[in-house]
Write a protein that binds this ligand. Structure first.
Ligand SMILES: [Zn+2]
Ligand SMILES: [Zn+2]
Length: 278
């Protein structure tokens, strides 16, 4: 699953990504770490931000996640969980790392990595990107073996991850990997009269679903001004829908460049356009 997460970013062409890895233990070993962490936090209470002081009693692990500079400085001295893992968790973590190595996946152990949600167990990971500054995580996940049970289901081991679309886009931008989008409209769907207007959404949607960059007008303007709009949008072709043609199961396809048009069976419009547009 970790490799799957990474492969998404590799496929997108990102190279400045790294994998951070940690184990946050299980219900057997985490409480003792929690205790230690709480003891540490109480001793440094003065230096922590308000948020941290509020949440330290309920969930001291979250303190490791605080982005406030002062808290980060303090927590960098905090005890790390690796020393508190029970033998099963330690062995499990070693196995995860062995698995990653055998896949040739590079990782960095980050003993203070935690997830924002309490249901995680053992493995947690983050994919971070070098070009993003402080908010560098583009994906986070891990194991949550207790979650299904907590929700009332049978004990079910589980794992997964979630990624941020915006941050991924920012990362792609930082690496110059955003594809150039061709936003020019290929086909403009216009209408002549009421029956044409009624048929328009369906035709437009079919063209779009077929992968054509299509647009249309619903504004009630004259056909002439609709075609001017098509021109402005750079459309190479226009499909004109009119009651008379629709009654015959046909539509008009107009070559905007050559100002030529011909009648085409409605169910053949797509084929004609495909042929013309290559
Ligand atoms: Zn454990
Ligand atoms: Zn804080």
């Amino acid at each position: 699953v970790i490799d799957l997460a990474l492969s998404i970013y590799r496929e997108l062409g990102l190279s400045e990504i790294s994998l951070l890895l940690n184990s946050i233990g299980c219900p057997n070993c985490r409480p003792s770490y929690r205790q230690e962490l709480l003891k540490f936090a109480r001793a440094h209470m003065e230096e922590l931000c308000e948020d941290c002081r509020r949440r330290m009693e309920t969930n001291p692990l979250r303190l490791l996640d605080c982005k406030v500079e002062g808290c980060r400085r303090v927590m960098a001295q905090a005890p790390v969980i690796s020393q508190y893992l029970c033998s099963e968790c330690r062995e499990h973590f070693e196995e995860v790392k062995r698995g990653l190595r055998s896949l040739g996946v590079a990782y960095r152990e980050e003993p203070r990595l935690v997830r924002g949600l309490d249901y995680y167990t053992r493995t947690v990971f983050e994919v971070v990107h070098g070009g993003l500054g402080a908010q560098k995580a583009i994906c986070g996940g891990g194991r949550y073996d207790g979650l299904v049970e907590e929700l009332g289901g049978p004990p079910t081991p589980a794992l997964g991850f979630a990624g941020g679309v915006e941050r991924t886009l920012l990362a792609m931008e930082a690496e110059g990997k955003l594809p150039e989008l061709d936003e020019r409209v290929e086909v403009f769907v216009a209408y002549l009269d009421d029956p044409g207007r009624e048929a328009l959404p369906k035709v437009l949607s079919e063209l779009r679903r077929a992968g054509l960059r299509a647009d249309g007008s619903y504004t009630g303007r004259s056909l002439k001004s609709q075609l001017r709009q098509a021109d402005r949008m750079g459309a190479r072709y226009a499909v004109i829908l009119g009651g008379e043609e629709l009654a015959k199961g046909a539509a008009v396809v107009r070559d905007m460049e050559l100002s030529e048009q011909r009648e085409v069976p409605l169910d053949g419009v797509l084929k004609v356009l495909r042929g013309e547009l290559g």
